[in-house]
Design a protein around this ligand. Structure first.
Ligand code: GAL
Length: 976
């Protein structure tokens, strides 16, 4: 093969020899999957190709086999990684920016397989070879004849193979290049991997068949009528038995229907048929509009409770099974998520079938991002360079044509982070012409001249509020400004879920709900894109950027999801679920009522059942059902407490909490009956009876002091409590920085401030200023500060013991010295206890971790967990696991002996089998080394989390300021 034949790789052309894009509906026409094992050879680049590999006679017997679909870099990563390794880069292009050229080192996969054309395959018609996704450019041969080539990794491509197929055995050969001119259009923030990663098939197109259909199914909320018109590429018959429709395609039929919404995904089975082909369709009737600057579906404003979803699997990369797609949607639905932005490319098309079926608002995004040009002043940006027009339009057409029949898709997105440009404008115009029934979205177009929604990412709360009021800063041109001010707004990305966080979700939600202009937002992002690895001894961990020896990479910026890489929900997803719950439950103990406010946009609460529960000091003393009438969307109802609830409430004598739960009354397609959707809890103010009885005096003993069962060393540090060895408690201001502390785009991060030579919160020293032992107790005055630092804290520990109570109380008074012009990571005490006290129980907020600005989901209760389950396994270890508002916590050993910590009234509680320093030093979970002790933090407060790794930092009300603080903790033991 001569070099000239390879020009397509660096050509701006989107492809050659391809068929026109179409929806390619499933039908009864013959089809043959070509998925399975293919022969595979990985060449180093265009200089290293296998001459004649496409010829049927070529002997590939010595080649490896590789599964199609799959990503070649995902194979055997713990072994020899025979096909290279994944690379993660965010914005920068992974190769020299010299469009359209790509490196000579261009891994190129050569694939071959044979297949037998089924004997009963019809003799007439055409036969197409269909690729659902090949990353990034490829050429295709059938029986040695080149059919063409294509680009556009996450878009389908078809070639007409009819004239080159033979009865019996046929050979198909595909050459796939990791890099191509198309890679300049695919600079998405994700792993850079390649291969035939979506299914391949041979599809028969019968003569007189239906190559394409376009179902226009609108709903008129004023009349309740649906209007259906199905365009087909051939004259055909349309039947919708349930609606009594039997008509010619192209005709418009209007009938009463139940509309489709993401909350009520009503689909009607239809069939489009000619004599030679039968195409089943699932029709959802709905109308998407912008009216009065508000985004509406079926005449009703909708609120998007969304996530950005990359396609990712920790073992197979961008190749997902149908089960994984369904699992994603089930998890989303179970966590009240109602919208997906398919960041930043069209997903496997089966995902959209599931969205139609289960109910999800979808922004379908084109496979287009040119973010890397940002670093060079957007010079030569393909999105704004007419030379790339055809390539951009081709991508838009392939997405729209493929996905146009999905009720779930309500907006077409032009792509992500391409700035703005003439090609985007052309794409928008084309899409509006082709499909006037959907809105056009583009995040990059801040002037919003050619789009239907105003969309931005990571907007801080105060700016969002201005946008909500339509009081944002004007844009460049008055006409554009007027247009934009009349648009609805969506936050296409917000709340960067990297590591521990995000904080501030509830504050965003409040703004979304307050301002009709704001149609909601999409958390960045759904899943941590970690890659599963195993240590030699079989321990699992998740790799991120840099773990495969990449020289250019963006580290753990790839692990920023609401679910961990293995799809277990992170605490952030649990928080999000609560923040966006579509039903709000208010409980009023004064007038003994419960208010159910239905925040659904369409569904009434008829699908829910309500229960109540009365807790006395965290123990349920009564529970029952609550009869509440079905509440219409947007309405609310107030019901009185049941008699049983009122009775239990009056009988309780400890701390009282009333909870009401809304659960699914019946099985749904995505969760079983009983699954909780929303809850409310009210906790009554409570003051424990004061501790009385005489105070014991400390005794000076050799090497220290004794107070009741407590032994202190000569520096006044607690060493033994009722025979149990402990170390501390001492003032602790440090936390292993979370990603949001650590990353500051262009500024000084909080973690840098904390670690600065003038602060040194990570290396505090404790100097005893004086110890007083008198009849009030033992008082230890200290000054806490770091080498080199002038600022510090005075910390005074006052120990008192009342033998009658058996509890040793520590009262800590903290006073900052000098100027602290930054917030503190935490303020509390840390101590170490023996490792075997592993069984944790607490009465407080739970069950998950909670921080100042991410605590909506924490509910008061009694919880139990082993220490291991108190840790949250962020891919890059960092501060985690703090339980909020803890009244008491208990650590028990296997004999049942326990240490108890009491709040006055409460504290934040963390327990780990490693130190904060160990947590901070580890770069992956498997590097965390358990010690022979447990480390307990009892905090008066912690700094919030914010979203500064991409977005705003911690809001003022959740910042932990250095100011005079006093708090008390009780210490006690229980015998086994
Ligand atoms: C956005 C971008 C996303 C992702 C995110 C940070 O700017 O659109 O793809 O990079 O930032 O994780």
């Amino acid at each position: 093969m001569s070099r000239t034949d390879m020009t397509y790789v660096e050509s701006l052309s989107p492809g050659s020899g391809r068929c026109a894009p179409r929806s390619a509906p499933a039908s009864d026409a013959a089809a043959l999957s070509l998925d399975g094992e293919w022969r595979f050879n990985l060449a180093a680049g265009l200089h290293d190709l296998t001459e004649g590999f496409e010829a049927p006679a070529f002997d590939a017997g010595g080649w490896d086999t590789l599964a199609v679909p799959s990503i070649w870099q995902m194979h055997d990563l713990d072994g020899e990684a025979p096909y290279g390794r994944p690379q993660y880069v965010n914005i920068h292009y992974p190769f020299p920016v010299d469009p359209p050229r790509v490196p000579d080192a261009n891994p190129t996969g050569e694939y071959r397989r044979t297949f037998t054309l089924p004997a009963d395959w019809p003799a007439t018609g055409r036969t197409l070879l269909r690729f659902e996704g090949v990353d990034s450019a490829f050429a295709v041969w059938v029986n040695g004849v080149r059919l063409g080539d294509g680009k556009g990794s996450r878009l389908p491509t078809e070639f007409d193979a009819t004239d080159h197929l033979v009865p019996g055995e046929n050979t198909v050969a595909v050459r796939v290049h990791q890099w191509s001119a198309g890679s300049y259009l695919e600079d998405q923030d994700t792993w850079r991997v390649s291969g035939i990663f979506r299914p391949v098939s041979l599809v028969h197109r019968p003569a007189g068949g239906i190559d394409d259909v376009f179902a226009h199914a609108d709903y008129d909320h004023a009349t309740g009528l649906g209007t259906l018109r199905v365009e087909a590429s051939a004259d055909a018959r349309l039947t919708v038995p349930e609606l009594g429709i039997d008509t010619a395609t192209g005709a418009t039929v209007t009938v009463p229907v139940e509309p489709w919404t993401a909350e009520t995904p009503r689909l009607y089975d239809a069939v489009v048929a000619t004599d030679s082909e039968r195409v089943p369709l699932r029709i959802g009737f709905r109308t998407v509009t912008v009216e009065g600057g508000v985004l509406k579906v079926n005449g009703t404003p909708i609120l998007l409770r969304g996530v950005n979803r990359h396609e990712w699997d920790p073992d197979t990369g961008r190749t997902l099974t149908l089960e994984t797609m369904r699992r994603d949607l089930e998890l989303m639905k179970r966590h009240n998520v109602n919208a997906v932005r398919t960041s930043h490319y069209p997903p496997d098309r089966r995902f959209l079938d599931l969205c139609d079926e289960l109910g999800m608002w979808v922004i379908d995004e084109c496979d287009l991002e040119t973010h890397g040009f940002y670093f060079y002043g957007w010079r030569n940006n393909p999105a704004d360079d007419p030379q790339w027009r055809e390539a951009c339009l081709d991508r838009m057409a392939r997405m729209v044509e493929r996905d146009k029949n999905h009720a779930s898709v309500v907006m077409w997105s032009l792509g992500n982070e391409c700035k703005a440009g003439v090609n985007l404008e052309a794409m928008a115009a084309w899409a509006k012409r082709r499909d006037p029934g959907r809105l056009v979205h583009s995040e990059s177009d801040y002037d919003s001249g050619y789009v239907d929604v105003y969309s931005m990412m990571y907007v801080p709360h105060d700016e969002l509020e201005r946008i909500g009021r339509r009081e944002e800063e004007p844009t460049s041109d008055p006409a554009l400004d007027e247009h934009r001010r009349g648009l609805p707004f969506i936050l296409c990305e917000y709340a960067h879920a990297m590591g521990n966080g995000p904080g501030g979700l509830a504050d965003y939600q409040r703004l979304f709900e307050q301002h009709e202009r704001i149609a909601g937002g999409f958390v960045w992002e759904w899943i941590d894109q970690g890659i599963r690895r195993r240590t030699g001894d079989g321990r699992e961990w998740f790799a991120y950027g840099g773990d495969f020896g990449e020289t250019l990479h963006d580290a753990n910026f790839i692990t920023d999801g609401l679910v961990f890489s293995d799809r277990t929900p992170s605490p952030a997803l649990v928080e999000y679920k609560k923040v966006i719950e579509p039903v709000r439950i208010g409980i009023d103990p004064a007038d003994r009522t419960i208010t159910v406010a239905n925040g659904h946009d369409f569904a009434d609460t008829g699908h829910l059942r309500f229960t109540w529960r009365m807790d006395d000091d965290g123990a349920a003393i009564a529970q029952g059902d609550l009869e509440a009438p079905a509440v219409a969307a947007g309405a609310s109802v107030q019901v009185p407490w049941t008699e049983a609830l009122a009775k239990a409430f009056d009988a309780a004598n400890g701390e009282r909490a009333v909870s009401v739960h809304a659960v699914l009354a019946r099985d749904a397609a995505w969760a079983e009956a009983g699954h909780e959707i929303a809850w409310g809890q009210v906790v009554l103010p409570y003051t424990a009876a004061p501790v009385v009885g005489p105070v014991a005096s400390p005794v000076a003993v050799a090497g220290g002091y004794r107070l009741g069962g407590a032994e202190f060393d000569a520096l006044g540090r607690l060493r033994v409590l009722d025979g149990v060895e402990v170390a501390g408690p001492q003032l602790d201001l440090w936390r292993a920085p979370v990603d949001n502390d650590r990353i500051a785009w262009g500024g000084t991060s909080l973690a840098e401030r904390w670690r600065h030579r003038n602060a040194g919160l990570d290396r505090l020293e404790h100097k005893v200023l004086g110890i007083t032992a008198d009849d009030r107790g033992l008082t230890v005055a200290t000054r806490v500060g770091a080498a080199g630092a002038e600022i510090g804290m005075l910390a005074e520990y006052e120990w008192t013991y009342r033998p009658e109570s058996g509890v040793l109380w520590l009262h800590v008074a903290v006073n900052p010295l000098g100027e602290w012009d930054f917030p503190l990571p935490r303020l509390g005490v840390r101590l170490a206890v023996p490792r075997e006290y592993d069984a944790v129980a607490w009465f407080g907020g739970g069950p998950e971790e909670a921080y100042a600005d991410s605590r909506t989901a924490a509910r008061l209760g009694r919880y139990e967990a082993p220490v291991a389950r108190m840790q949250t396994p962020y891919a890059l270890p960092q501060e985690n696991g703090s339980r909020t508002d803890v009244r008491w916590a208990r650590l028990a050993n296997p004999d049942g002996a326990a240490l108890r910590f009491l709040g006055a009234p409460h504290f934040a509680f963390t327990v780990r089998p490693w130190t904060t320093e160990g947590l901070e030093a580890a770069t992956h979970t498997h590097e965390l080394v358990e010690r022979d002790r447990l480390y307990v933090n009892l905090d008066a407060a912690l700094h919030g989390l914010g979203s500064a790794s991409c977005g705003p930092g911690v809001l003022p009300q959740y910042q932990l300021r250095a100011e005079p603080t006093a708090f008390s903790i009780g210490f006690g033991t229980e015998r086994g």
